[in-house]
Design a binder for this molecule. Structure first.
Ligand SMILES: *Cc1c(COP(=O)(O)O)cnc(C)c1O
Length: 356
C-alpha cells in the first residue's frame, strides 16, 4: 500500500535528517548541573524568539504548563482556565493533583476567547472571606486547539493581561503552536508572548522535533520553574541530544509552517465539496481542519468514516464528540491532502460496514 496520510496530529512529525545529524554532533553535559551547552544554546535562542529574559527546556508541553501553574499559584489557589483548553481537558488534572490548585474552567467562545467579563467574575473574590479559593493565575491557549486552531487576537491578549494585572494574578499563555498563531496573525511570536508572564510552546508539534517544550518568562519565574521541573522528575541529564533537534526546529522549521497552513486551506476547500460532510464554517486559520459527518445525507457515522479512511491509509482523529480533526504538518504534502479528500469521497460513496 502507498504511504499513510497521517492527519491525526502534528505530534506525529518525525525529526528531520538535519535534526538527527545535529543530535549526533551536539556538545553534551549534565543539564541538572546546568552544564549542557546545547541546552543552554536552545534556551537562549527560545528566550530571544519569545522576547523573554529566560527560558527552560521541558520534556513536554504538559510539564511546561504544570510547572507554570505551580510557579504562579500556592496550594489552594485558583487557576482560571478555558473549559476546552488542553490544560483542563488533556493534562489529567495535574495542577490539582500535584499542586493542590483549584481549576476554575471558563467556557470558550467559538473562536477560543474566554469572555473577560466571565474571567473578571472568577477573579472577584472577597479575600477576607475564608470560604473562597483565591485566584492566582489566568491561562489562555493560542491557537486554541479545540476551537478550530484559531489564534487569539493581540488586542484580546492585551486586555486579558491588563485584567490579570488589575486583579494581581499571573498570566500564563499555553502557546503550544505559538509560531502557527504568529504566522496566522502576521506578527512575531514575541509580539504574542509580550502580553504573558510565562509562555509555553511545543518543539514537538509542527516544528517536528522529537521531544521537548519551552517555558519562557522572567528570570525569577523560570528559576522557580526549574525547581518544579526537577521535583516533577523533568531534570534531564544529557538533554543536549533533544535540544540539538530543538535548535534545528527553531532555525529551519519556522518558515515552512506556511506550507502547513496552505495545505489546511487546500484540505478545507477540497472537503467543502464532499457530499456527506459538514465542514466548520470558519476557514482554517492555522494547520487544522474540523468537520463532521452529515447524518442527514449519509448513513455513515464518525466511527465508520474514520474506520473506512483508516483502511485506505488516511488517518483522522475524533476530537470532541462527533467532531473530526485533520492536522497538516511536515509529513503531509499537497498530494496527501488531495488523496485524503478522494479517500473520504470513496468511503462516503460506499455503504458503511456494519458496526462491530
Ligand atoms: C499538545 C498540547 C499541549 C501538551 O503538550 P505535550 O507535549 O503533548 O504534553 C499543551 N497545550 C496544547 C494547546 C497542546 O496542543
Amino acid at each position: 500500500m502507498s504511504h499513510i496520510v497521517e492527519l491525526r496530529s502534528d505530534t506525529f512529525t518525525l525529526p528531520t535528517t538535519r535534526m538527527l545529524e545535529a543530535a549526533g554532533r551536539a556538545r553534551l553535559g549534565d543539564d541538572v548541573y546546568g552544564e549542557d551547552p546545547t541546552v543552554a544554546d536552545l534556551e537562549q535562542l527560545a528566550a530571544k524568539l519569545l522576547g523573554k529574559p529566560a527560558a527552560c527546556l521541558m520534556p513536554s508541553g504538559t510539564m511546561a504548563n504544570l510547572t507554570a501553574l505551580l510557579t504562579h499559584s500556592p496550594r489552594g489557589g485558583k487557576a482560571i482556565v478555558g473549559a476546552e483548553s488542553d490544560i483542563y481537558v488533556y493534562e489529567a488534572g495535574g495542577a490539582s493533583v500535584f499542586g493542590g490548585i483549584v481549576y476554575e474552567p471558563v467556557p470558550a467562545a467559538a473562536d477560543g476567547i474566554l469572555p473577560l467579563n466571565v474571567v473578571a467574575e472568577a477573579c472577584e473574590v472577597d479575600a477576607d472571606d475564608p470560604q473562597f479559593a483565591l485566584p492566582a493565575v489566568l491561562s489562555v491557549e493560542t491557537p486554541h486547539n479545540r476551537r478550530g486552531g484559531i489564534p487569539l487576537p493581540l488586542d484580546y491578549l492585551a486586555e486579558a493581561a491588563a485584567l490579570a494585572r488589575r486583579y494581581g494574578i499571573a498570566f500564563h499563555l499555553d502557546g503550544a503552536r505559538i509560531f502557527n498563531a504568529a504566522l496566522a496573525l502576521g506578527v512575531s511570536a514575541a509580539d504574542i508572548a509580550a502580553h504573558a508572564d510565562t509562555v509555553q510552546f511545543c518543539l514537538s508539534k509542527g516544528l517536528s522535533a522529537p521531544i521537548g517544550s519551552i517555558l519562557a518568562g522572567d528570570e525569577v519565574s523560570i528559576g522557580t520553574a526549574r525547581r518544579y521541573r526537577k521535583m516533577l522528575g523533568g531534570g534531564m541529564r544529557q538533554a543536549g541530544l533533544i535540544a540539538a533537534c530543538g535548535i534545528v526546529a527553531l532555525t529551519e522549521m519556522l518558515d515552512r509552517l506556511a506550507d502547513d497552513h496552505a495545505h489546511a486551506a487546500r484540505l478545507a476547500s477540497g472537503l467543502a465539496s464532499v457530499d456527506g460532510l459538514l465542514l466548520d464554517p470558519e476557514p482554517p486559520h492555522t494547520n487544522m481542519v474540523f468537520f463532521s459527518v452529515d447524518t442527514e445525507r449519509t448513513a455513515h457515522t464518525t466511527a465508520s468514516l474514520l474506520a473506512g479512511a483508516d483502511e485506505r491509509g488516511v488517518r483522522l482523529a475524533e476530537l470532541g464528540r462527533d467532531r473530526i480533526r485533520a492536522v497538516t504538518h511536515s509529513g503531509v504534502t499537497a498530494d496527501d491532502v488531495d488523496r485524503a479528500v478522494e479517500v473520504l469521497k470513496e468511503v462516503l460513496a460506499a455503504a458503511p460496514r456494519a458496526a462491530r
